[in-house]
Design a protein around this ligand. Structure first.
Ligand code: FES
Length: 310
């Protein structure tokens, strides 16, 4: 993560700018705010920024107009949108314009930091070493099969998502080298392919372990204490979000909503959903998949659950 990355947060609500600023500054990012598209353009004309996080619905100069201006006048700036409930058309337009990712409003600190980390990596053209290795070792047989899929789907409307799904089945994940090959094969911008991969949580850019632990970082789960659960899982598996254990048994993924808010806080392991989690309950479930035991006695676990449930 780069502390030097300079981010401009654009929103017509000061409270959104302030809360993004509070979260991102605590991680060392340099943040400036602009109360709308017009002010953002003025700031970009006078200063340099690595990323712009922008709302879509704003008076006068709205988000889409701002994105168009950035793409034309400052094409090196990465764009992330922060928005409430975007219409499919608006989202499609933003993706076609080449946004990197989006943050749903209201956002939780974890979601904002997770998206920012990925956006900074993308903007800086960084590739985690594991992905570099894959880029170098992309086996010719896989490349051949991928090219065959691209040729098969190329003429069909809306072919990007099915091609990405097939690519993920073939390669196991979607590192930049695979995204680039798909973009070239389908004759579309790499940024558009990357936006779609980032937008849908079922696509992954990193190799996953045998069991994928998907922890919901959405608002309902956040309010019910998912951060404490996540901290314990990370601690127990000794990995962070987006990483895989050394033995390749487990990966942790942070997602924005698992569609089971009534059961919050929630996680999924592979296809199974687990709700009403406490830290110790989560560890117990993970141990049933062959994960490290929590190390707590049954009495300690009961006490921890009681404490969590308050
Ligand atoms: S917010 Fe967690 S399941 Fe919806």
């Amino acid at each position: 993560m780069s502390a030097e990355s300079k981010i401009l947060v654009v929103d017509d609500e000061l409270v959104v700018i302030k809360s993004a600023e509070r979260v991102l500054k605590s991680e060392g990012y340099q943040i400036e705010g602009a109360l709308g598209g017009r002010e953002a353009i003025l700031k970009m004309e006078q200063g340099t920024y690595d990323l712009v996080f922008t709302d879509l619905k704003m008076p006068e100069v709205d988000g889409i107009t701002l994105i168009r201006w950035i793409k034309k006048s400052r094409p090196n700036i990465g764009i992330v949108i922060i928005t409430g409930y975007p219409s499919q058309d608006t989202m499609k337009e933003a993706i076609e314009l080449g946004i990197i990712d989006y943050v749903p409003k209201p956002f939780t600190p974890s979601v904002l930091l997770d998206v920012t980390k990925r956006a900074v990596e993308w903007a800086e053209g960084r590739k985690p070493s594991e992905e570099k290795a894959v880029a170098e070792e992309f086996p010719p047989a896989m490349a051949k099969e991928l090219d065959r899929v691209i040729r098969e789907y190329r003429q069909r409307p809306g072919c990007l998502i099915p091609v990405l799904q097939r690519a993920q089945e073939i390669v196991g994940f979607l590192p930049p080298v695979v995204q680039k090959r798909i973009a070239k094969g389908l004759n579309m911008p790499e940024a558009e392919v990357h936006s779609v991969v980032s937008f849908y949580s079922f696509f992954t850019m990193k190799p996953r372990g045998d069991h994928n632990v998907r922890v919901c970082l959405g608002t309902a789960c956040y309010v019910k204490g998912i951060e404490g659960v996540l901290a314990k899982i990370k601690d127990q598996l000794k990995i962070d979000i987006g990483e895989t254990t050394e033995d390749r048994k487990f990966s942790i993924e942070g997602v924005r909503c698992l569609g089971a808010c009534g059961l919050a806080p929630v996680m999924m392991i592979d296809q199974e959903t687990y709700g009403a989690l406490t830290p110790s309950k989560a560890l117990k479930i993970i141990s049933q998949y062959g994960g490290p035991a929590s190390g707590q006695s049954p009495e300690e676990e009961t006490a921890a659950v009681a404490e969590q449930e308050g």
